[in-house]
Design a protein around this ligand. Structure first.
Ligand SMILES: [Zn+2]
Length: 100
């Protein structure tokens, strides 16, 4: 299985680490509802089909990705940067310290 890293290009699965389900919504940190936290920590959908997951390119540039993978065929349908949900090229990143 190949995952196309936005920075490094297509790479083998061995270079990536699975980081978990990207569909879960974290409860409000101030919440003391044990059922909401229990569901967040332990409940998982066992999806047969397209599933949104977090992966890290741990053997490469170490970027965190949001990957849509079909759990039946392992086809990768979408890859985006996890932080903003969209692919941005490194040259498009904002430079810091530059004078305007
Ligand atoms: Zn990479």
């Amino acid at each position: 299985m190949l995952i196309t890293c936005p920075y490094c290009g297509p790479r083998d699965l061995a270079e990536f680490s699975y980081q978990g389900d990207a569909n879960r919504t974290r409860p409000d940190p101030a919440s003391t509802d044990p059922e909401a936290w229990n569901a967040y920590v332990y409940d998982r959908a066992n999806t047969a089909g397209d599933h949104r997951e977090y992966w890290q390119h741990s053997g490469g540039c170490r970027v965190h990705l949001a990957v849509t993978r079909n759990t039946l065929t392992h086809e990768i349908k979408d890859v985006a940067l996890a932080r903003d949900g969209a692919v941005k090229k490194p040259s498009a990143r904002r430079k810091t310290g530059a004078k305007a």
